[in-house]
Structure formats: C-alpha cells, structure tokens
Design a protein. Sequence first.
Length: 118
Amino acid sequence: VQLQACGGGLVQAGGYLRLSCVPSGNIQSMDLMRWYRQAPGKERELVAEITGGGTTTYADSVKGRFTIFKDNAVNTGFLQMSDLKPEDTAVYSCTAVLITHYGSVQPWGQGTLVTVSS
C-alpha cells in the first residue's frame, strides 16, 4: 500500500492548484489525512488535516485559501489551493491512515513540487 501526491506545478501568484493524494493497493477506506509542505531551507510544516469524521484544521498561513477534503467513494484526498502566494512554494506531501483488510497503515506519499511565481 502506497500513497502518491500529485498535481503540483508552476502557477502565477493569485492562481490555484488542486493536489491529489492517491493510494495504491487494496484499500477499504481512508481515515485521517494530512498535507505537509517543506520549502527550501525550512522545516516541514503541517498545512492541513482532515479527520475520519471530516473535521478540518489548517495552518494559519493558509486559512481561507486552502481546502482539504476527501472523496470517500475513491478513497482519495485533495488539497484545493487558491490565491496562491510565492511563499506557498514548496514540496507538498501527504500522509494518511489507510484501512486495509489486514489493519491500518500510514504511508507517506512522494512529494509534489508547487512553485508560485510573483
């Protein structure tokens, strides 16, 4: 069971992107999911979290601009990013608690680069 973060790219300031967190393997459901980012020379930062019950939490720096959500029908998580700023430039990665037939696992997805130009 693995996770793949995708959807990054180059966008101008004020633009938008949608990142996806896609599991591979035999998954029954996706529970807790988190998006992190790490900018060059900086520590990894928790950007957003959604619990299995749908409760969301955001870093202050992205509140009102980013939305985390899941599509339970396909067990995929998303991060909708709007009004992007140059300081949002980072490698974004996801992690999630995945429920399988054999129990729960929490893999990390390979990061996807988001570059916001001014």
